[in-house]
Design a protein around this ligand. Sequence first.
Ligand code: UDP
Ligand code: MG
Length: 323
Amino acid sequence: MKLLTAIVPCYNEEQAIPFFYDEMERVIKTFQEKYRDVEFEFLFIDDGSSDGTMEALRSLREKDKRVRYVSFSRNFGKEAAMYAGLEKSRGDYVVIMDADLQDPPSLLPDMYAAICDEGYDSAATRRVTRKGEPPIRSFFARMFYRLINRISRTEIVDGARDYRIMTRQMVNAILSIKEYNRFTKGIYGWVGFRTKWLEYENVERVAGETKWSFWKLFLYALDGIVAYSTTPLSIATFSGLVLSMLSVAAILFIIVRKLVWGDPTNGWPSLVCIMLFIGGLQLFSIGIVGQYLAKTYLETKNRPIYISREEINETDYTDSVSE
Ligand code: UDP
Ligand code: MG
């Protein structure tokens, strides 16, 4: 028998959880007709929800002993939730999926086939459309992927979801990365392994609301850039160098002009513009350095990635399978 752990990060998902569970039950039935030697366990991570998520999880646990959960002491973010899930998972295979059914469970058999029958280490999904998403968000998302893939050596796939099935070996590789500033899309690329990509059209969330504001996504994108590229630091250095060379040229020009034509050195408006420009550039460069320093600072504090307040760790998947 093989065990497949489904990790589900939940932040205020009381409305979505029942839909998710029902859909999963349906999919698991057909799944197990095809792969009789696979058992499932659910591992819900309550990321400090303030609504009825915990009640929903407790009642699921009541009726289905394949359900486990970990509840955080506060909201630590989806990255922390995914890490906790991987850490607590026991499956030979692990799949991470959203609670809002935007990661269609119906893809599970195909994803499993990729690692079980086709010899891949992982099967990942990417959205080929962004239907139903605000256009401005799609635009910035696309810009982000273009930028980061140009300046980083780790490949980060456009439209990649966190929805992915992995072997235990790959899970252990990911867990060996203990960094505090986690950017999972980059971590997947960094650990390598053979990955099969499955594509699907975007699905809108079944209930509740998205937890990602534009600002939160922007900060997440910055995290990704700082974590997977040092190019901004080089840009700061390079622009400093170019500006110093320009200023030497400008000084020579002014001296020569004064000697040849004896001009009065007027023109304070241009001077102010140049000062503002250079001042701005300096602040910008210091800001870039600051970003990296801040990340280093947080990293050296060595804090835990999450803190759990309540956990259910035993599962009993055997009876629900044998019935
Ligand atoms: N999520 C989480 N912690 C957070 C934000 C989100 O665990 O701080 C979970 C959320 O419950 C959902 C998944 O991450 O299962 C994806 O979030 P959401 O659907 O809001 O993002 P979107 O699909 O809009 O990008
Ligand atoms: Mg969603």
